[in-house]
Design a protein around this ligand. Structure first.
Ligand code: FE2
Length: 292
């Protein structure tokens, strides 16, 4: 991490409107040259371990996790332990918020009965296997971070800056909405996750949005790899995002999922790379790229 600088961090949110979900964002002092960012671990502790190794090898000065630690995979406390031991800066996603508060569901807002069924199976499993200590840790996580990447002011969020569980898909997010979030926050770059599929957009004025992807589940592209994002300083354009594929032992994770009695539908998604559940949330354009 570089030293302090006279560049100000941007204004605090006022608790409503376009920044309601990032009120209380934690400002990280200093300025970074290169960071790694991911979200959606979904208890895939194996992919998390592989991603942390890769991020360190690539020279990440800090590692940020944008939330959704549990769900889908096995042994949720293993993911929490890894994140806590390795000093990753973790923000709270909708899943973590629900687990921390002991709510009845993950707050993803599924309507389709089949999607709802599977979401509930994974939520109930995760809630039953997350320790009291880890729940308390989640409850104390900030909703977001603000930090500097060179001269670029970065704001993280989970779904969107206005709503933690809002899905910002590439096909359904107009430039005007991104501009609205950027104007309201004063950020040059906003990072999010939550949808499960990465994407990036740079506006004409150089500001932008990056969905950093998820580590917990493949991207519905027929390959079992998962993704995180490396961000660094671009001398001419301010910031640069690189999506990094992560390979890990999917067979071992599948074995653990079966050991824990998790649905075969989840195991199939890990092994094949095609989503088998939560399909209702996909817009037509993103769904057409998939198999189901
Ligand atoms: Fe989420």
């Amino acid at each position: 991490m570089a030293g302090s600088s006279s560049l100000p961090l941007f204004p605090e949110s006022r608790g409503h409107g376009p920044l309601a979900a990032v009120e209380g964002a934690l400002a990280v002092p200093g300025a970074f040259g290169r960071v790694a960012v991911f979200g959606g671990v979904y208890s895939n502790h194996s992919a998390l371990r592989a991603a942390l190794d890769l991020a360190r090898k690539r020279g990440a000065e800090a590692i940020f996790c944008l939330g959704d630690l549990g769900g889908f995979g096995p042994y949720p406390d293993r993911t929490c332990a890894l994140l806590r031991e390795t000093g990753v800066r973790v923000a709270r996603g909708n899943y973590d918020d629900s687990i921390a508060r002991g709510l009845d569901d993950c707050g993803c807002g599924y309507i389709d009965p089949r999607d709802n069924f599977f979401a509930q199976v994974s939520y109930d499993y995760t809630a039953a296997h997350t320790s009291t200590e880890n729940r308390a840790w989640m409850a104390g996580l900030p909703p977001a971070f603000r930090f500097r990447l060179g001269r670029t002011l970065v704001l993280t969020c989970h779904g969107s800056p206005r709503q933690t569980n809002e899905f910002l898909w590439e096909s359904g997010t107009p430039d005007g909405l991104l501009r609205h979030f950027l104007d309201a926050s004063g950020a040059d770059l906003i990072l999010g996750t939550h949808t499960g599929i990465k994407w990036e957009r740079r506006l004409e004025d150089g500001r932008g949005f990056v969905n950093v992807g998820v580590l917990g589940r493949p991207e519905n592209d027929g390959t079992p790899r998962v993704w995180f994002t490396m961000l660094d300083v671009d001398p001419e354009r301010g910031w640069r995002a690189e999506f990094v594929p992560v390979d890990y032992d999917q067979q071992e994770l599948a074995r653990e999922m079966r050991e824990e009695g998790l649905p075969e539908e989840f195991v199939a998604a890990i092994l094949t790379g095609w989503w088998t559940t939560c399909l209702e949330i996909l817009p037509a354009k993103e769904r057409l790229r998939g198999k189901h």
